[in-house]
Design a protein around this ligand. Structure first.
Ligand SMILES: C[S@@+](CC[C@H](N)C(=O)[O-])C[C@H]1O[C@@H](n2cnc3c(N)ncnc32)[C@H](O)[C@@H]1O
Length: 232
């Protein structure tokens, strides 16, 4: 009874815009949001919500192990929140590429990251401009919640990941915290079991569910964070 009430409340709070629109409308909406003032404060929000420092810990402590990955793609790089850590914790000779739908976000990432590494380009998660089996590793933080349907993005990431390659996927979960995130950023949330099944059907096997800290695990906070392997 209590659980059902909670789910209903989450559904009422959650913004359902993205579940109703076409892919074209969704792309316009993403550019509207991220090219504008919300995109400008994204990096600060990531610091305040501790997403950026917690992500650093996850990679620094090898909870998601980047060692040995020579080609790494970060999808939906935003202000470079994950790229920044990839540059520090990936192998020195790793080739790191970032891609985002918003040109403005890539400019912000470039300013924040300085230097020429990594390579950045405009691109869409549903039509990645790379050949099959290109990457040893793909990271994708808080992007698929912007898609009306995750299938297209996940299928593309599976395609460019080599068999046996690993993915770090983070997204908003269908709980109270996720519902508020969805309201703030006009995105959607995912149910953990449904996302697991969707990945499995696309040849993406969940290896480990990760948590930023034991507190996050107890409170089910921070969203879905999972290490995935592409089936060989
Ligand atoms: C919440 S930010 C995430 C930034 C960063 N990955 C992180 O972990 O904080 C979402 C980013 O995804 C990008 N994005 C949304 N839809 C996309 C798509 N179809 N293809 C590529 N990037 C997309 C947005 O432009 C935005 O920069």
């Amino acid at each position: 009874m209590l659980v059902r009430g909670g789910r209903l409340l989450n559904r009422l709070v959650e913004n359902d815009f993205i579940r109703r629109v076409s892919f074209e409308t969704y792309r316009d909406k993403v550019r509207d949001v991220y090219d504008g003032p919300q995109g400008a404060i994204l990096a600060t929000c990531s610091k305040l919500s501790l997403h950026e420092p917690l992500m650093e810990r996850l990679l620094r402590d090898h909870k998601f192990d980047l060692r040995g990955a020579k080609t790494i793609l970060d999808v939906g790089s935003g202000a470079g929140q994950i790229l920044k850590h990839l540059m520090r914790f990936a192998d020195r000779d790793a080739c790191i590429t970032g891609i985002d739908l918003s040109h403005k976000m890539l400019l912000r990432a470039r300013q924040r990251l300085r230097g020429r590494r990594p390579q950045l380009s405009v691109g869409d998660i549903t039509q990645l401009p790379f050949a099959d089996d290109t990457f040893d590793c793909v990271t994708c933080g808080y992007v698929i919640e912007h898609l009306p349907d995750a299938r297209h993005g996940l299928a593309e990431m599976a395609r460019v990941l080599r068999p046996g390659g690993r993915m770090l996927l983070l997204t908003s979960e269908d709980n109270f915290g996720g519902a508020w995130t969805s309201r703030l950023w006009r995105c959607r949330t995912y149910n953990r079991r449904e996302l697991f099944k969707l990945c499995h059907d696309l040849g993406l096997d969940w290896r480990r569910e990760l948590w930023f800290s034991p507190v996050h695990k107890v409170l089910r906070a921070g969203g879905i964070c999972v290490e995935i392997e592409r089936r060989g």
